[in-house]
Design a protein around this ligand. Structure first.
Ligand code: GDG
Length: 490
């Protein structure tokens, strides 16, 4: 059970929890552990749900081992009934925290996804400020800080993930946690003026200064964050290599661009196994037609209307094309009860319906549009067999699908990646066909260019994209982040 722990109680609670962890994981050396913290954990025994963060962090911890603290998935009546269980599975100890139902809604849908997500993706017009949501966000962050305080030792490294936990740095410092504490932000960080639209901007900025180091996806995010923190409290900022050091509110934080990647070998293993039967049967139905693929959570940041409009325009330009191509868009519904997501879903379904109505014949449908999640092997094999990968977010921290698409291609005859210049991935993946997704004609033209691209040019582009994919492989990314954390602690 997690209650409110005063500083005096932290030590004994921590020792008890450590003993429990030792008892259940004799293989793990618990001194100087890595403790990762994220809202969702991806346990191997549970049904995995799509999501870049859980996918990447799971891959990282399987490589390195450690403790992973996150929400248990259980909602309870009140804070007093919330349990915090430690559970070992493979090389990871999971610290699973129950959350009070009354706080969860305000924390997750309300503040994290109703305010921070739209603002950080440059859409403050979509943010919805409900009374009580910020208090719920703070309450859940305090509950996590209390749980972490129970297991963290002086030598441990605490690696917090994403916008759900921006204030954790400050809350852990308030609890006297001496460990090195870092944040990795998976989503973009906006310009100062956009960040300041959040009513609680200054309190959040102050709490973020509790971190020793903050990793972000791109140099643009690093600059936005450093300038914002410095501007909020009239502090100073210094360049440090590719990153910054910010001195403000009497604190000091390091900010570094640390672009995330994928488990390249793991994904190639998936595609070297025989494809699922559904993929083989899909390939037979292609009958020599060219194949395009899109894989995105159904989220307004992912540019799904723009992508489908671009495909629609490609077909309208020459209706004979409809019988020569098949576009498969997998768009699993995500955060479906948040109003802005419902609106995007209706918009995307209307465009898909327009394409189907205008171009489906009795014998062929040029668009497969699925709002269900499909399994990882199916996603990987569909990407491997596609001639074109379409990744068109209007804002995105990185976008792992762009990297996955490239990683599963046959180097001798690779498909072509069309990539939005607004994805973090575009900063390094400059050999993709870069497009502005708001320019529908440009998306349609990029599809035409990709389908006509000679093999030699496809191979050259793929070769240089693979250098980026290998350079940011998930194990390298993990080591880079942990080295950054270790030096921040010096
Ligand atoms: C956040 C940031 C950043 C998707 N649909 C299915 C499925 N997926 C998998 C993809 C990929 C992952 O989910 C999505 O990752 P993304 O990076 O594209 O996007 P977010 O979920 O928004 O992730 C993002 C990321 O964190 C990591 O830092 O890149 O910018 O927004 O792995 O393949 N997987 C399965 N079925 C699906 O239907 N199995």
């Amino acid at each position: 059970m997690v209650g409110t722990w005063t500083l005096g109680e932290v030590g004994s609670a921590r020792d008890t929890a450590r003993e429990t962890a030792r008892a259940i994981t004799p293989r793990l050396e618990l001194e100087g552990r890595l403790i990762a913290v994220s809202n969702r954990v991806a346990r191997p025994s549970a049904t995995t749900s799509p999501g870049g963060l859980a996918q990447a962090l799971g891959d990282a911890l399987h490589v390195r081992g450690g403790t992973w603290i996150g929400w248990s998935g259980n909602l309870v009546a009140d804070a007093a009934s919330a349990e915090f269980d430690l559970l070992a599975e493979g090389e990871i100890v999971y610290g699973l925290l129950d959350l009070p139902a009354e706080d969860f809604q305000g924390f997750y849908e309300g503040y994290a996804n109703g305010v921070l997500w739209p603002v950080f993706h440059g859409r403050p017009d979509l943010s919805v400020h409900e009374a009580g949501d910020y208090a719920a966000y703070q309450a859940v962050n305090r509950a996590f800080a209390d749980a972490i305080a129970r297991v963290a030792g002086r030598d441990d490294t605490i690696w917090v993930h994403d916008y759900h936990f921006l204030p954790l740095g400050g809350l852990l410092r308030e609890r006297g946690i001496p460990s090195c504490v870092g944040l990795f932000l998976h989503i973009p960080f906006p310009h100062t003026g956009v960040f300041r639209t959040i009513p609680e901007a200054e309190a959040i900025a102050r709490a973020m200064m509790g971190y020793d180091t903050i990793g972000v996806q791109t140099t643009r995010d690093a600059r936005n964050l450093a300038e914002t923190l410095a501007a909020m409290g009239e502090g100073t900022l210094l360049r440090r290599g590719e990153g910054y050091e910010v001195f403000v509110f009497g604190e000091h934080v390091r900010i570094m661009p640390l672009p995330i990647g994928i488990d390249v070998a793991g994904l190639r293993d998936v595609v070297s196994a025989p494809p699922p039967a559904a993929v083989s049967s899909f390939c037979r139905t292609l009958g020599g037609r060219r194949s395009l693929i899109g894989i995105d959570r159904l989220d307004y940041s992912k540019g799904l209307p723009q992508k489908l409009q671009g495909f629609y325009r490609y077909l309208q330009t020459d209706p004979r094309r409809a019988d020569k191509v098949v576009m498969t868009q997998i768009a699993p519904i995500s955060r479906g009860t948040v109003p802005a997501y419902e609106k995007t879903r209706r918009e995307v379904e209307a465009i898909a319906g327009g394409i189907a109505g205008e171009f489906t014949s009795l014998t062929h449908n040029p668009l497969n549009f699925l709002t269900r999640a499909v399994d990882r092997a199916t996603v990987a094999h569909l990407m491997a067999r596609a001639d074109v990968g379409l990744v068109t977010p209007i804002a995105d921290g990185m976008n792992l699908v762009a990297k996955e698409f490239v990683a599963v291609q046959d180097p001798a005859d690779p498909g072509v990646l069309i990539l939005s210049e607004f994805a973090g991935a575009a900063e390094a993946m400059t050999s993709a066909l870069l497009v502005n997704p708001h320019d529908i004609e440009a998306v349609a033209a990029a599809i035409e260019t990709a389908l006509a691209m000679p093999r030699e040019q496809r191979r050259e582009r793929h070769f240089s994209l693979m250098e980026v994919i290998h350079d940011t492989d998930i194990s390298r990314w993990t080591e880079r982040c942990l080295t950054e954390l270790a030096t921040a602690a010096d």
